[in-house]
Design a protein around this ligand. Structure first.
Ligand code: BGC
Length: 695
């Protein structure tokens, strides 16, 4: 967040001094136009501070004109939009983007999205979604960066920097806070996490987003240990304002203030308005609670005017900082030409390339040879809209390349496509050298309010794969999905498995490039894949327990008196950080420099022992062996992408601040406890060279 200049403060104070209470309250009202027939009238009356969900530049221009020229004080509107994984140039879903482990590239992607959005009249982006999520049933897992606070924080910061590198754009990390921990993976459900989990797991990406300059934040729908996030003094005031001193704008989520009535914590909308403003929600999205009740609440003394003034100042400061008062008219010619440029399409392709994760490749079934005869099977192979993913309302299906497009371009008549008919698919497989089957979820099975209790392949896809596997032909499965799926049988059947997620507009080209080896896959899982729904929540940074599954340690408990299942291993289908490539990497020569003062410097040698150039994501994990609080068995603390030619080796050198090795202690303060730590450097969260150090 940029500092506020003296001249801005003067203008701001002058403006606030001229405002009536009703006009102040108007600045706190954020509305989605399609619900209101009298929106322009409201804007003219000074009752609206911002609009959202308006995509047509002509509409934006019209509303802004009324605000600037027909309202008494001429205060421009904020224009918010959900630009979650691209605007018109649709990138892979954010969970896929996170699998790139490439913050620089994601910063660029966010910049492309913000540039397109800004040229079309948006000045406030409701992203990044930074909810840590260890719950694949939750549909919104698709929108975030996965399960890990460190990776999530690095990516949150990159996305904020990318969005806000475009002049006149404010980012809005969301949903504050712990929304990703909804019980049973059901959207909007209760969250009951400890203060320690909040501080150590769910808050860090928000802090990283603010440190990167995020100007606003969106509070979440859920309650946290019984206190609704929208009226949560502890998260909204104690942490955000007092501990962090963050000065930005807090906006509620969509009708979240009105929903306090259903939560059973507000008697009516008036009560809901009072509680939300007192807790520190500056803007009311779509509930009209402030609009209807705040003037009366202040007049009656139920809400101090000072709090309204504080909120108004925050909103107006943002408007000044974004340059809204100076902004020229929207150039509608420029609006269209800013979209889907060749450069943007290139960035989308790079992100798609890097987000694909190779999960299995038996007998080097991949890459396919250029002259192979291929049977392509599966409806998802020919679906444009499903390549876009869950939050792509600003994109267009016709912009997307399908996987069928991508493979046809390479194979021509050597490709036979069968959508879903089993007999025809089997016949095609029999005459082919290899089968590529695209299976998974349509885009409408993930995203907000799109949760699933069953994480297998929907519909008849499993039966189709059974039939294809029986042909004995190499079976390459391309998994298009918005969440981790629990598909152990598919993994068994597949000769090779490529996780494509919902890869955005460049799906076809990206998948073809990986299948044919023009691009060597480098994606690594940003989230654990469970073997079965019964293992959820499953994540690598779990605690040891007193009776760990592996039975290591001093006490050897007999089976089954360990923290295990009778009917399923504890191990996931694929661990966090995992991903293969068409080469292999060998790690050696782990060294931890001593003495350790305020940094832990650890090095290892990584050699490409395969036959192709490839990119490895070297990962560093630690475990605090004895502490006053139980600590995760591993925690990611650093990573680096390195590209190596065949036979080439390089030393990776990690420099980890000792200050980052702490946790929330017994007194609820962050602390680093001296003692022994274990450290790993390797390819994923379940392997690596092991060493130890003391601090
Ligand atoms: C979602 C937010 C989104 C808002 C505005 C809500 O339903 O939870 O993520 O930004 O709508 O569209």
């Amino acid at each position: 967040m940029t500092g506020t200049s003296q001249s801005t403060i003067a203008r701001l104070e002058d403006l606030v001094g001229r405002m009536t209470l009703a006009e102040k309250v108007g600045q706190l009202n954020l509305l989605q136009p399609h619900r209101f027939t009298d929106l322009e009238e409201k804007i003219r009356n000074g009752q609206v501070g911002g609009v959202f969900g308006v995509l047509n530049p002509a509409d934006i221009e019209r509303y802004q004109r009324v605000a600037r020229h027909e309202s008494r004080l001429g205060i421009p509107l904020l224009v918010g939009n959900d630009v979650i994984h691209g605007y018109r140039t649709v990138f892979p879903i954010p969970l896929a983007e996170a699998c790139t482990w490439d913050p620089g590239l994601l910063e660029q992607a966010a910049q492309v999205a913000a540039r397109e959005a800004a040229a079309n009249g948006t000045d406030w982006i409701f992203a990044p979604m930074v909810d840590i999520c260890r719950e694949p049933r939750w549909g919104r897992v698709a929108e975030g960066a996965g399960e890990d606070p460190y990776l999530g924080s690095v990516i949150a910061a990159a996305r904020v920097r990318g969005f806000q590198s475009i002049e006149g754009i404010a980012a809005c990390p969301k949903h504050y806070v712990a929304y990703g921990a909804v019980e049973a993976g059901r959207d909007y459900n209760s969250v009951d996490v400890s203060e320690r989990a909040l501080r150590d797991v769910y808050l860090p990406p928000f802090k990283a987003a603010f440190d990167a300059g995020a100007e606003t934040v969106m509070s979440s729908f859920n309650d946290i240990a019984g206190v609704a996030a929208t009226i949560n003094h502890f998260t909204l005031r104690t942490i955000l304002r007092e501990e962090w001193g963050w000065p930005g704008v807090v906006v509620s989520d969509y009708t979240a203030i009105a929903e306090l009535i259903e939560h059973g914590v507000a008697a009516d909308l008036r009560d809901a308005a009072r509680l939300s403003l007192l807790a520190g929600v500056d803007m009311d999205m779509q509930s009209e609670a402030y609009d209807r009740h705040l003037v009366a609440l202040v007049s009656e003394g139920a809400v101090p005017l000072d709090l309204v003034d504080e909120a108004v100042r925050r909103v107006l400061r943002l408007k000044f900082q974004l340059g809204l008062f100076e902004r020229e008219r929207l150039d509608q010619g420029r609006a269209e030409s800013a979209l889907l440029t060749e450069e943007a399409r290139e960035v989308a392709l790079r992100v798609a390339h890097e987000s694909l994760v190779l999960l299995k490749n038996d007998g080097d079934a991949l890459p396919l040879t250029p002259n192979a005869r291929v049977a392509l099977v599966g409806e998802l192979a020919d679906s444009r809209k499903d390549m876009l993913g869950c939050w792509s309302h600003t994109g267009r299906a016709e912009d997307a390349e399908t996987i069928l497009d991508g493979l046809s371009a390479r194979l021509g008549s050597r490709l036979e496509y069968v959508a879903s008919e089993v007999t025809a698919a089997v016949a095609a497989a029999r005459t082919a050298d290899a089968v590529v089957s695209v299976v998974g979820e349509t885009a409408d099975l993930s995203g907000e309010a799109h949760c699933r209790a069953h994480l297998g392949l929907p519909g008849q896809q499993a039966a189709l794969l059974e039939a294809l596997a029986e042909t004995g032909k190499p079976l390459v499965v391309v998994l298009a999905t918005g969440r981790p799926l629990a598909i152990p049988r598919v993994v068994e059947q597949a000769t090779a498995l490529v996780l494509a997620w919902h890869p955005g507009i460049r799906a076809g080209r990206a998948v073809a490039d990986v299948l044919f080896g023009d691009v060597n896959p480098s994606g690594r899982l940003a989230i654990t894949f469970p073997r079965t729904e019964g293992q959820i929540p499953i994540y690598y940074a779990h605690k040891s327990t007193g009776r760990p599954a592996e039975g290591q340690g001093t006490l050897q408990f007999d089976v089954p008196f360990r923290s295990t299942y009778l009917d399923e291993p504890n191990a996931p289908l694929f661990p966090f950080g995992f991903g293969l490539s068409y080469t292999r990497f060998a790690y050696s020569d782990l060294e931890i420099e001593s003495p350790i003062t305020d940094r832990v410097v650890a090095c290892a040698n990584v050699r490409n022992v395969g036959g192709r150039a490839a990119t490895e994501v070297a990962q560093l994990y630690v475990r605090d062996l004895v502490a006053s609080i139980t600590r995760p068995v591993r925690e990611l603390k650093a990573f680096e992408r390195i590209t190596l030619q065949p036979g080439e080796s390089r030393q990776v050198r990690f420099d980890v601040p000792v200050a980052s090795l702490g946790f929330t202690g017994l007194d609820m303060r962050y602390q680093v406890e001296p003692g022994e730590f274990r450290l790993w450097i390797g390819s994923d969260s379940a392997s690596g060279l092991e060493g130890s150090f003391r601090i």
